[in-house]
Design a protein around this ligand. Structure first.
Ligand code: LHQ
Length: 269
């Protein structure tokens, strides 16, 4: 695995790939380099069969503060054009593929939100399958504060998670809200005391990495598809996926373990 990154850190252990956004001076804000490195790390997670779970996190007091606004300001200062930076191209070519990769990666991706997640940083967390927060963490749909629209899928993911009324309020006002509130509205899975945060994430990831990974990947496909499917479509799609899951070694092991009254030992195959 490439570890030659300057804006992220990656570490693999026990089938879990931990990706740590690492630009603490700017609260781990995204720039083009970070987007390229994050994409590369997610590609590694896709390809390496030994990796069975991904954790995305940040160091220190922030998860990610969204787009690096200093870069935006520098480009604007150097140009008279109304839009000094081509946001559409940046999103299409650099940032959106990260969200697509997270959603299509056939392994669970956990957002371990250690601190504030703002703008595209919140979008990144919402795109993950599961979200565990430190109690001191917070979210901020900061886009409106700088006259922009929520991006990197947040208009869809946030709406799905919390419904229209709350999504509209969060996006229109851009106010920071604590992890506890995110938990109360079903946006995240767990909020744990800061002292227990790391251990909880490690334990959660280890449990997911020991699951039948193929079945999880196929389940993720089904959940993705359910966003737009009719019931008839979904019934057929589940039957198609179940055919595949039914042929895996982990399925056989699960049935054998049940009959033998022992814990199943899944290999992710
Ligand atoms: C930052 C940033 C930051 C640079 C804190 N950049 N330095 C847009 C355009 C194009 C394409 C792609 O997508 C997008 C989508 C977006 O992401 S737009 C939204 C961009 N993000 C924001 O608007 C969030 C801006 N930051 C904040 O609102 C606050 O900093 C938060 C709520 C994250 C944290 O607040 P505090 O805990 O009070 O920290 P702070 O504001 O004092 O920040 C600490 C340092 O981090 C500070 O630098 P300094 O040198 O003074 O210590 C900030 O300038 C820097 N920083 N966010 N996005």
């Amino acid at each position: 695995m490439t570890t030659d990154f300057s804006t992220i850190q990656v570490a693999a252990a026990g089938g879990v790939l931990t990706i740590t956004l690492n630009r603490p001076d700017v609260l781990n804000a995204l720039n083009e380099q970070m987007s390229a490195e994050l994409s590369a790390a997610l590609r590694t997670a896709e390809r390496d069969k030994r990796l069975r779970c991904v954790v995305l996190t940040g160091p220190g007091r922030a998860f990610c503060a969204g787009q690096d606004l200093r870069v935006v300001q520098e480009r604007q200062a150097a140009s008279d054009e109304p839009q000094a930076m081509d946001f559409g191209t940046l999103l299409r070519q650099r940032y959106n593929p990260i969200i697509s990769r997270i959603r299509t990666l056939e392994k669970p991706v956990i957002a371990a939100v250690n601190g504030v997640a703002a703008g595209a940083g919140a979008s990144l967390a919402f795109a993950c399958d599961l979200c565990i927060c430190a109690r001191s963490a917070a979210f901020k749909m900061a886009f409106v504060r700088i006259g922009l629209v929520p991006d990197m899928g947040a208009t869809l993911t946030l709406l799905r998670h919390v419904g229209h009324a709350r999504a509209a309020e969060l996006c229109f006002l851009g106010e920071q809200f604590p992890a506890e509130e995110a938990l109360a509205c079903g946006l995240v899975n767990r909020v744990v005391d800061d002292e227990q945060f790391e251990a909880t994430v490690v334990d959660f990831a280890a449990r997911l990495a020991a699951q039948p990974t193929r079945a999880l990947g196929l389940t993720k496909r089904a959940l993705n598809r359910a966003w737009t499917a009719t019931l008839d479509d979904q019934l057929e799609y589940e039957a198609f996926l179940q055919d595949t899951a039914g042929k895996t070694a982990d399925h056989r092991e699960g049935v054998a373990a049940f009959v033998d009254k022992r814990e199943a030992k899944f290999e992710g195959k």
